[in-house]
Design a protein around this ligand. Structure first.
Ligand SMILES: [Zn+2]
Length: 195
């Protein structure tokens, strides 16, 4: 699996931009065709819908942790939350907040977990951005435990430095760094963004 992914990335890297764009478009098209949430959006699979707007759909999770476990998805197919333009994400988050409140009222739950997973390593199964809104109760079966690690000061400082460097670049005025930003955009655009 990793090998084939690696070779796909190598192949894409070797292509000229037009070829690459064409192949990436084909891969995206196939992903959208196969995506279970896009199938729900196209009406090919039924779902217990609770809210729909022009850009957002919300429906009950078919495998709920607790009754009322609801999903909120953008209608556009994105793999990772990092791919969603800010404006679209704001609209999506506004729905997440409202549905969370409604689910809390409807279920009289004691708490709500809002979960959004990016990547297989994080536990993402459906490759279409989605927020889980999960009603929670004391002593329900869902595991609240996060395994934590002890880092020494150097380890904290290293990762802090790396993150700060990238955050600074992200917010730097573009006119001073035009060339640099262009290079990085290529890198970022290319890397993990296949659907
Ligand atoms: Zn999709």
């Amino acid at each position: 699996m990793e090998d084939s992914k690696f070779s796909l990335e190598s192949k894409l890297k070797a292509m000229n931009p037009e070829e690459r764009e064409k192949v990436v478009e084909e891969i995206k098209k196939k992903a959208i065709q196969d995506c279970i949430f896009c199938k729900i959006l196209r009406g090919e699979i039924p779902a217990k819908k609770v809210f729909e707007s022009e850009d957002v759909l919300s429906f009950l999770d078919i495998n709920p942790v607790n009754p009322g476990h609801t999903l909120v998805i953008p209608k556009k197919h994105y793999l990772f939350i990092t791919q969603i333009p800010d404006g679209e994400l704001s609209a999506l988050m506004s729905v997440v907040k409202k549905i969370a409140g409604v689910v809390l009222d409807a279920t009289k739950a004691e708490g709500i977990t809002i979960s959004q997973l990016n990547g297989k390593a994080a536990g993402q199964i459906v490759p279409h951005v989605h927020f889980h809104i999960i009603p929670r109760y004391e002593n329900d079966k869902m595991d609240n435990h996060w395994p934590t690690q002890k880092l020494d000061d150097e380890q904290f400082n290293n990762i802090q430095r790396k993150i700060i460097e990238l955050v600074k670049k992200l917010y730097e005025p573009k006119e001073n760094t035009e060339e640099k930003v262009e290079d990085e955009d290529e890198e970022y655009e290319f890397k993990p963004r296949l659907p």
